[in-house]
Design a protein around this ligand. Structure first.
Ligand code: ATP
Ligand code: MG
Length: 679
């Protein structure tokens, strides 16, 4: 039998050690950021293996597969010498559910060869279920994405679809009967075709456990220990799954931090972690209080911020590292200067010997990184955008750019087809027929005349005729020669001339895509003429397409990430950009207290990713494309921090950036004015 082979006491503190050595039964580690929760969980797995638990008896659930790989790699280092660590079942809930369902699919009436549908496929299937019902267009049935979203919410919150409809999309209540029927049909067709989407993986696993006691008994027997990281972000369904899997033995270790619960929009509910002691009476509670990640100054800023949240479990959190440089708040003149500052500072840090892997730029929404992506590209700084399509590869950005390409070059077949297919009722076949008809017209016809030519309009199906007329009108407006218009104005025209409405119909009113497009318009505003703008964009897109196909990992790259995607990770230097009201916190979050607190938790997650250096930046103005300047307000998350001598940051005032000579950040020596000196 293996004996203690790992020097736990040398690698863990006493609090961590207690959690690692906890005996059988439920255990809860609830502790602040960077206190070694993930590390403790990793060592606990190693310790369990050392105590003789077989690796296939361990179920390790984490938030991302990357995190799971990282942890198993660590366990391998610790325990690989005496057990086969690969036999641990570790990964996301979806990953684990998939593995188990492969084994038990027949019990649920699926073949073991079932296929998993990705989000796109699921949407197509839903669209087909909607069109099957032949609901007349006038009745404005919700888009396939919207129905899919409701079905997904219902599953994850474990609520009936009807309830989700009432709570979240009451505008579709008149169509309730059809929506429910479509939802049912969707589930039925997947079963018939032997398909499961992501939500089904969890849903079917729950059914398997709840409705098949023999299977459940077998799995409970197998998983002698269940461990869950980032437990604060589990939703109802995931909480239930864990409860079902641990059985009466209740050998369950969960770790998390209620202050880092940031997925409530996906149904995560941090009462899962707060109420854990009630659901698992007699559970051991193991606080960890020493932060090993960040300098005391970074931690002080994080603590001062999160202290303002009412709803939280009180925890102690003290720094264990030596002081370093204080965090800096950096207002920049505009978004360009923000990008320049970040890029420049990154290059300086690299000069000082910090590799790009040790740096990250975090933001609330991908669109906030647009200028920066351009700046980094221009300076040849390699970067990776964590899970997320690059800005210019998003469908709505491509749609808008296709309009502009078509204005610039009426012979751009791809652009034409892309744009015309946005018209409701125009599919691939019609788009082809239209293109052929256009090609047969005499050369001289301008696009706006060509679109009205009888040979062309003959190709438009009746149900699309109104939409097609709007499209023709928009193209007329865009190609009008009377006013010399800038690319930025053209983009605004596209948005106002029907595309904005299209987005609202397709995706509902969240406005995220419109915000992206406004951002694009703002960027385009600095270009006088269309061809120059389009070629600039083409170069950037080409660059990123190249990078996307690259198979070998580049030697070194910087990380760009939303705060959501950065959870659990850490870097030597972290930049949080766009810390402005309306961006971070996001517009609608400013209203409701619960949402404000969730945004503050996001801010807490963002700043606690930093080990040594933290810079918080925001532009003082933005330039919408009409030549005006809009004054930006600094984020309440900076505003509400103590000021003066007590301020947990230094305010850095940049020199005017007229020359290519770029700003230098001078550690703690920056002046320290009150927060409103610059607003
Ligand atoms: P988060 O809340 O962000 O998920 P966490 O609580 O999971 O953070 P870890 O990521 O496990 O914290 O640890 C943070 C950092 O501190 C890591 O670099 C880890 O290696 C280091 N660390 C944790 N505990 C110790 C320790 N006892 N000795 C040395 N380093 C430690
Ligand atoms: Mg962690």
């Amino acid at each position: 039998k293996p004996r203690l082979r790992i020097d736990y006491a040398a690698l863990l503190n006493e609090e961590q050690l207690r959690a690692v050595e906890a005996g059988e039964g439920p255990a809860l580690v609830i502790a602040g950021a960077g206190t070694g929760k993930t590390r403790t969980l990793t060592f606990r797995v190693a310790r369990l293996l050392e105590r003789g638990i077989p690796p296939e008896g361990v179920l390790l659930l984490t938030f991302t597969n990357k995190a799971a790989r990282e942890m198993t790699r660590r366990v391998e280092e610790l325990a690989g010498g005496f057990v086969d660590v690969r036999r641990i079942l570790g990964g996301t809930f979806h990953h684990a559910a998939h593995a188990l369902l492969r084994q038990f699919a027949p019990t649920l009436g699926f073949a073991t060869s079932f296929t998993v549908l990705d989000r796109e496929d699921a949407r197509d299937l839903m669209a087909s279920c909607v069109s099957e019902r032949k609901i007349s267009r006038e009745r404005r049935f919700p888009r396939a994405e919207v129905v899919l979203d409701m079905v997904s919410t219902a599953i994850n919150l474990q609520k009936p679809l009807a309830e989700v409809l009432v709570d979240r999309r009451p505008q579709f209540l008149p169509l309730a009967e059809e929506v429910l029927a479509v939802g049912q049909r969707f589930q039925q067709r997947k079963q018939q075709m032997n398909l499961m989407d992501f939500d089904d993986l969890l849903l079917h696993l729950k059914r398997l456990l709840a409705e098949h006691p023999a299977v459940r008994a077998q799995l409970v027997e197998r998983f002698q220990c269940v461990l869950v990281d980032e437990y604060q972000d589990t939703n109802r369904l995931q909480g239930d799954l864990v409860d079902l899997l641990v059985g009466e033995r209740k050998n369950l270790t969960v770790v998390g931090d209620d202050c880092q619960s940031i997925y409530s929009f996906r149904g995560a509910d941090f009462t899962n972690i707060i109420d854990f002691p009630q659901r698992y009476p007699g559970c051991g509670v193991y606080p960890l209080t020493r932060n090993y990640r960040s300098t005391p100054q970074i931690l002080a800023l994080a603590n001062a911020s999160i202290a303002l949240n009412q709803r939280q479990f009180h925890k102690q959190l003290t720094a264990s590292r030596q002081p370093g440089v204080p965090p800096v708040v950096v207002p920049t003149r505009d978004t360009d200067e923000q990008a320049t500052f970040v890029a420049q500072r990154i290059l300086e840090l690299r000069e000082e010997g910090l590799p790009l892997e040790e740096m990250a730029v975090l933001y609330r929404a991908h669109s906030h990184s647009l200028e920066l992506q351009i700046e980094l590209t221009r300076r040849g700084i390699p970067f990776r955008v964590r899970s997320g399509v690059r800005f210019f590869e998003q469908a709505h950005i491509k749609d808008v750019l296709a309009h502009l390409r078509l204005v610039h070059n009426p012979g751009d077949e791809l652009a034409f087809k892309r744009v015309v297919k946005l018209v409701s009722g125009v599919g691939q076949a019609t788009a082809e027929a239209l293109w052929t008809a256009l090609g047969a017209l005499p050369e001289a016809a301008s696009l706006k005349d060509a679109l009205r030519h009888p040979d062309v309009s003959a190709q438009v199906p009746r149900r699309a005729s109104a939409g097609f007329a709007r499209f023709a009108a928009l193209m007329t407006r865009l190609t009008r020669e009377d006013a010399a218009r800038t690319p930025g104005q053209l983009i605004e025209d596209v948005l106002r001339g029907g595309y904005g409405e299209y987005l609202r119909d397709e995706f509902g009113a969240d406005g995220r895509r419109e915000e992206d497009i406004r951002q694009l318009a703002e960027y385009a505003g600095r270009f006088e003429d269309l061809p120059r703008f389009l070629s600039e964009i083409a170069l950037i897109s080409e660059f990123s397409a190249e990078e996307a196909v690259e198979t070998e990992a580049p030697d070194e790259f910087l990380t760009l990430s939303t705060v959501h995607q950065a959870k659990g990770l850490e870097w030597g230097a972290v930049f949080v950009i766009w810390l402005a009201e309306g961006r971070f916190p996001m517009v609608n979050a400013a209203r409701d207290e619960a949402e404000e607190e969730e945004e503050r938790r996001l801010f807490y997650v963002a700043v606690t990713r930093a080990k040594d250096e933290l810079a918080l930046t925001y532009p003082l103005t933005t330039n919408p494309q009409d030549g005006t300047r809009i004054i930006v307000r600094q984020s309440r998350f900076i505003e509400e921090l103590p000021v003066g001598e007590e301020a947990p940051y230094d305010r850095l005032i940049l020199e005017e950036l007229e020359t290519p000579e770029l700003p230098r950040l001078e550690g703690g020596k920056a002046p320290k004015p009150g927060p409103d000196a610059l607003d």
